[in-house]
Ligand binder design. Structure first.
Ligand code: ADP
Length: 368
């Protein structure tokens, strides 16, 4: 009997792909590589993704259909190749291979200045000459577009080496992406957990971050699924926990630290940042008023045996800088600019210490 490709396709058209209910031919799953050599038939079946739950059963059903419709003596068993359009998500340390250090900035509760610290840390690192990326992962209240004065920016996608990648916005030497660029800030967006996690994964994996020395993540406050997703998606070098010295904030900061240090997660805490450590009026720069209590975060750091990376005073210019889209870290000559420059230095040293004790998982690939 002579076998024709049409006969093979007719047989495959009787097999339904359970995922879509369409037959394999209509679903575009039959490759163009049908080969017929005597009674030996081979071809590819194309699946959307590597972890397709139906791939084995579909291959089996295709073999059976060909044996039934074309002939029992057709040599088909083991000759169907499986192809996958999308490879499985890469392992955390394979994602962003050109990024040397990933720093997660988090806080136990909202309003303690976590985003302010993340933004100013990113700017201060960039001013020191490092290549810096900043992902605003605070999906419920993305504030980076405002803090960087780029609320109207709309990142576009570009084809890079055959893949459509989102191009981060660049401002003050920092590559920035925020979910705030993609949703209307005025409309309350209710993100279901899964949606938010997927959106963030896309901003990480499908963006052209390029080579970075530091990739700073501004996490949502508290402990949520988003934290776990990001921790599982990325090989985080270390976390920074921001708190005010207030008792209520400290209790939550402790939970924030536990989130990273528990056995399952095991992300090192690089250190704590005491924000709103004291109030200093502009006209009396030497005076310090401890509005939220004195050195609460410093004591927590000692108690939990983690470094205190910095103490940032309450100064109106920090708030104005955030609202006006010009982070204070841009000007090192000011008291606040200096505070963030010192913080950046402490972070660099903490990362260095961490990488000395545990070799970095990420190495920048050098171009040959
Ligand atoms: P979070 O990210 O923890 O919710 P934000 O960084 O958005 O907090 O800060 C909350 C508000 O407090 C913002 O208006 C910000 O400008 C202000 N703020 C934060 N840190 C300081 C500071 N050290 N001095 C003055 N204002 C600050």
């Amino acid at each position: 009997m002579t076998i024709y490709p049409k006969l093979i396709l007719d047989a495959l058209a009787t097999v339904r792909y359970p995922g879509s209910g369409k037959d394999l031919v209509a679903a575009g799953m039959v490759g163009e590589d049908i080969r017929i050599d005597g009674n030996k038939v081979s071809f590819s079946l194309i699946f959307e993704r590597e972890n397709d739950p139906f791939h084995k059963s579909v291959v089996k059903a295709a073999e059976t259909a060909i044996l039934t419709y074309v002939g029992a003596d057709v040599d088909i068993k083991g000759n169907i190749r499986e192809q996958f359009r999308k490879q499985q998500a890469p392992a955390p340390d394979k994602l962003l291979p050109q990024v040397k250090n990933i720093i997660a900035v988090s806080s136990g509760k909202g309003g303690v200045g976590k985003s302010t610290v993340a933004a100013n840390l990113a700017v201060a690192l960039a001013k020191d000459g490092y290549k810096v990326g900043l992902l605003d992962a605070d999906i419920f209240g993305p504030s980076m577009p405002k803090m960087f004065g780029v609320e109207d920016a709309r990142p576009y996608a570009e084809e890079v080496e055959g893949r459509e990648l989102i191009i981060p916005i660049e401002k003050y030497g920092v590559k920035l992406l925020s979910i705030g660029f993609f949703v209307n800030a005025d409309s309350a967006v209710v993100w279901r957990g899964g949606m938010a996690s997927n959106a963030l994964k896309q901003l990480i994996a499908d963006a052209d971050w390029g080579e970075l020395d530091y990739f700073v993540l501004d996490l949502p406050p508290g402990t949520s699924d988003i934290h776990l997703t990001l921790i599982q998606t990325l090989a985080i070098t270390g976390a920074i926990v921001v708190s005010t010295p207030q008792q209520v904030a400290l209790a939550d900061a402790r939970k924030g630290i536990d989130l990273f240090t528990n056995d399952k997660v095991n992300v090192p805490v690089l250190g704590l940042v005491e924000n709103m450590a004291w109030f200093t009026p502009a006209e009396l720069p030497q005076n310090r008023y401890y509005l939220f209590g004195k050195e609460g975060v410093k004591r927590l750091a000692e108690e939990m045996n983690v470094p205190l990376l910095g103490q940032i005073p309450i100064v109106q210019s920090i708030c104005d800088g955030g609202d006006g889209g010009r982070p204070v870290a841009l000007d090192e000559r000011t008291l606040t600019g200096q505070a963030f420059a010192d913080l950046a230095q402490q972070v660099v040293e903490a990362v260095q210490r961490r990488n000395d004790t545990q070799p970095p998982t990420r190495v920048v690939e050098t171009q040959k």
